[in-house]
Design a protein around this ligand. Structure first.
Ligand code: GTP
Ligand code: MG
Length: 452
């Protein structure tokens, strides 16, 4: 249940910085602002004040700026006090200790957001978007999180819910009159309406892969024969010598994972063991892992030594490559004796490259951005970051709607159809957040940071 305590936390990371911020929320905030800063009158809300923070023992702790927000016009919907002190972790923790001594409780992770949700300041998808925004690692991810924070998902679900409610009301009207049949054209309108909702659900479920890629980065596998220059390419894209490069084939055994931002995208680069008949058990294991990684990768960079004929790839990998997900990198063009490119990659994007000299790097970056853009083409304006929790509820929603449709078509009793539709409404409620589901809220908010 909603605690009526005043909670407090340091909202900025530990470490030296220009400023550290503490945030308190709850009914004591107005009094705290008055007593800490020795004010004769309460602090007018939403104004910044400069003052000396005097502890409960009368010690001047720091020169700070503070701002009082009066409920309901605050992030949490409660009275809130924000205190900006100098960014010395010792000062921030002294201020925190003093606020605890004055009766505040240390906030749990995500407790501010949880209160914002419980006080109706945001739905659950928006609370989740706050966390997505904090953790977003690329421009695209930030845009999507912002979109969700502004309530895009909530609005779409709200419209869906209204349509369902209308249908349920119309269908339930027939429950009391079992001898009457729903007129055929009305029934068809409901069926069409539900069908549209099913399509909408499927689209959202499909987009969860895109959301995962925004969150974790596009999984990009660097593949090729030993010595083709895969690790040299990784180092070029990263801009530093991450991987060992040597003329000895079979240098990379275990795969390396690094993240890089290219254009608006966050990319997870995986450098792998060269593909060939393995010379040793360790190398064989490395190649097995490469094949395993290929199953989940989004994008492939196939590195070829342009002075040698194209290699034969294991079937498990060749089957995964297509013009939509792979760029062929013709490496070592600086050597000047390139052989003709392999016809079977004729339709693929190809980039002439020298990992030794860094030639072709811009062309490769451009090709990568254009490939990712076309691979994950989505309408940015209604981009939703579908997470695992949403996905479960969306599948539930889709199942309920599918079952309602089947019953409609079988001319089952109106109450049976209505019961499925009610199930669908519950699933939407789960996504937006039902206040009675304490356990789910505990799990969800505990993954947030303290002070958020
Ligand atoms: N001339 C030239 N040499 C290159 C180029 N790229 C890589 N090399 C050389 O080729 C050799 C192998 O490079 P690596 O980057 O280790 O190749 P790899 O594909 O990671 O090899 P394994 O890890 O053994 O599979 C090294 O001696 C590199 O200096 C290039 O563009 N031009
Ligand atoms: Mg290597």
């Amino acid at each position: 249940m909603h605690r009526l305590d005043t909670i407090v936390a340091v909202a900025t990371p530990k470490g030296e910085s220009a400023i550290a911020m503490l945030r308190a929320s709850g009914p004591d905030c107005a009094n705290l602002a008055q007593s800490i800063f020795n004010r004769k009158r309460p602090a007018p809300p939403r104004y910044s004040y400069h003052g000396t923070y005097v502890s409960i023992d009368g010690e001047a702790l720091d020169d700070v700026v503070y701002c009082f927000y009066q409920e309901p016009k605050s992030f949490t919907g409660e009275d809130t006090l924000e205190i900006m002190c100098h960014g010395n972790p010792l000062i921030a923790s002294k201020v925190l200790e003093d606020l605890l001594a004055r009766g505040c409780l240390q906030a749990e992770p995500g407790e501010f957001s949880r209160r914002a949700f419980l006080n109706g300041r945001m739905d659950l998808t928006q609370a989740e978007a706050v966390m997505e925004l904090i953790q977003a690692r690329s421009d695209k991810a930030i845009k999507a999180a912002n979109n969700q924070l502004r309530g895009a998902f909530g609005r779409q679900l709200g419209m869906l819910k209204d349509k369902l409610l209308n249908s349920v009301a119309a269908i339930e009207a027939y429950i009391d009159f079992p001898e009457e049949d729903l007129p055929a054209e009305q029934k068809q309108a409901h069926v069409d309406g539900i069908q549209k909702l099913v399509t909408y659900c499927s689209r959202l479920i499909d987009s969860s892969r895109y959301a995962a890629f925004l969150r974790d980065g596009v999984k990009t596998l660097i593949l090729g024969e030993p010595n083709a220059g895969k690790s040299s390419l990784l180092n070029q894209l990263l801009g530093f010598e991450r991987a060992i490069v040597s003329e000895e084939p079979g240098t990379t055994r275990d795969f390396l994972r690094e993240r890089v931002i290219i254009g608006e995208h966050s990319i997870q680069l995986l450098d792998t063991a060269g593909l060939r008949e393995a010379q040793s058990g360790i190398e064989r294991e490395g190649i097995r892992r490469t094949i395993e990684l290929a199953e989940e990768a989004d994008i492939f960079l196939l590195v070829e030594d342009s002075t040698l004929p194209s290699p034969e790839l294991p079937d498990a990998i060749a089957d995964r490559l297509s013009a939509d997900n792979c760029i062929v990198i013709r490496n070592k063009i600086d050597l000047g004796n390139a052989v003709a490119a392999n016809d079977s990659f004729g339709s693929f994007r190809q980039v002439d490259f020298s990992a030794l000299k860094g030639e072709g790097l811009d062309a490769l970056r451009d090709a990568l951005v254009s490939l990712i853009d076309s691979h994950f083409s989505t309408d940015e304006d209604d981009l939703i970051l579908v997470n695992a929790r949403h996905n479960t509820a969306l599948n539930e929603l889709k199942d309920c709607l599918g079952s309602a449709l089947a019953k409609f078509e079988a001319d089952d009793a109106a109450e049976l159809v209505a019961s499925d539709m009610r199930g669908a409404l519950d699933a939407i409620g789960t996504i937006l957040g039902r206040i009675d589901n304490e356990a789910m809220l505990d799990v969800l908010f505990s993954s947030f940071c303290i002070g958020k």
